[in-house]
Design a protein around this ligand. Structure first.
Ligand SMILES: Nc1ncnc2c1ncn2[C@@H]1O[C@H](COP(=O)(O)OP(=O)(O)OP(=O)(O)O)[C@@H](O)[C@H]1O
Ligand SMILES: [Mg+2]
Length: 249
């Protein structure tokens, strides 16, 4: 469960988030959508505690990450998070095996033997066993995404954050990533937050959708409720139109 309460964030005179409040419900996946530059990645960085809001609070599984002063306290709270970054962001110099093992060894007190078992288990579940000794550049981008997912899930996080699952993928591989997210959801039952501007594709992994615009959540509900919204900005965004209240840069 993630609770974002009245969060403000500006860079100089540019107001990016202007009082954002949202609840990411436990066991469900919420998509945060909105046009480019609206502040989706900033919101994700605030949730992860990589950035600090100017005002407001963010709770992760009941723990206030915005009030965490030290890096070690933030890391404690981050233990309940698994993150799949844009373009998977694997370590090129590490094998697939070591990429997956990394968060276990870095962030948990897991013994080397236990880490080994967990890496083999998750690799098996995600059909990555044949690639464990390969380096990221030796496998396809679709496999790299799967490795990124294995790395996000290996610590058994309660909450999984995904930023733009399909960056750098062609539409066919993109569908594979959505199928992967759905398969992982049903196997591990985490709370998910997926950031995307891919509509309507992202709806297939979303129980709920929140649309960001002008620094605020302008619409929140199920994908069907968003589609049925009469808000002209929501309709413009859903239909990819250039005319309407959203100014396209
Ligand atoms: N560290 C930073 N310093 C200054 N401005 C920043 C910083 N990070 C983000 N911004 C600005 O905040 C705004 C929102 O950026 P953000 O990356 O969150 O957009 P986004 O919604 O994720 O867009 P996209 O869909 O293109 O990924 C942008 O105008 C960006 O330039
Ligand atoms: Mg972004």
């Amino acid at each position: 469960m993630i609770s974002v309460r009245n969060v403000y964030k500006s860079f100089g005179s540019q107001v990016v988030l202007d009082g954002v409040t949202m609840e990411i419900e436990p066991g469900k996946t919420t998509a945060v959508v909105g046009p480019s530059g609206v502040g989706k990645s900033v919101l994700l960085k605030l949730i992860m505690g990589i950035m600090t809001p100017d005002e407001g609070e963010i709770f992760i599984e009941g723990e206030n990450i915005t009030a965490a002063r030290s890096e070690s306290r933030k890391n404690e709270i981050r233990r309940s998070l698994g993150v799949l970054f844009q373009a998977a962001a694997l370590f090129d110099s590490l094998t697939v095996y070591d990429n997956i093992a990394f968060p276990l060894l870095e962030r948990t007190g897991c013994s080397a033997l236990r880490a080994h078992e967990k890496v083999l288990d998750i690799a098996e579940s995600l059909s990555l066993t044949p690639y464990l000794t390969n380096f990221p550049e030796q496998v396809s981008i679709g496999i790299r995404k799967r490795v990124g997912m294995a790395r996000a899930l290996v610590t058994e996080p309660k909450v999984v954050l995904v930023d733009e699952p399909n960056t750098g993928l062609d539409p066919l591989d993109g569908q594979e990533v959505y199928d992967l997210i759905n398969a992982c959801k049903s196997q591990w039952g985490f709370t998910g937050l997926v950031i995307s501007h891919e509509l309507p594709e992202v709806f297939q992994v979303s129980d709920r959708v929140a649309m960001l615009l002008g620094g605020q959540v302008i619409c929140e509900g199920t994908p069907a409720e968003l589609i049925a919204s009469t808000d002209p900005a929501v309709q413009q965004f859903l239909n990819g139109r250039t005319d309407g209240p959203i100014k396209i840069q």
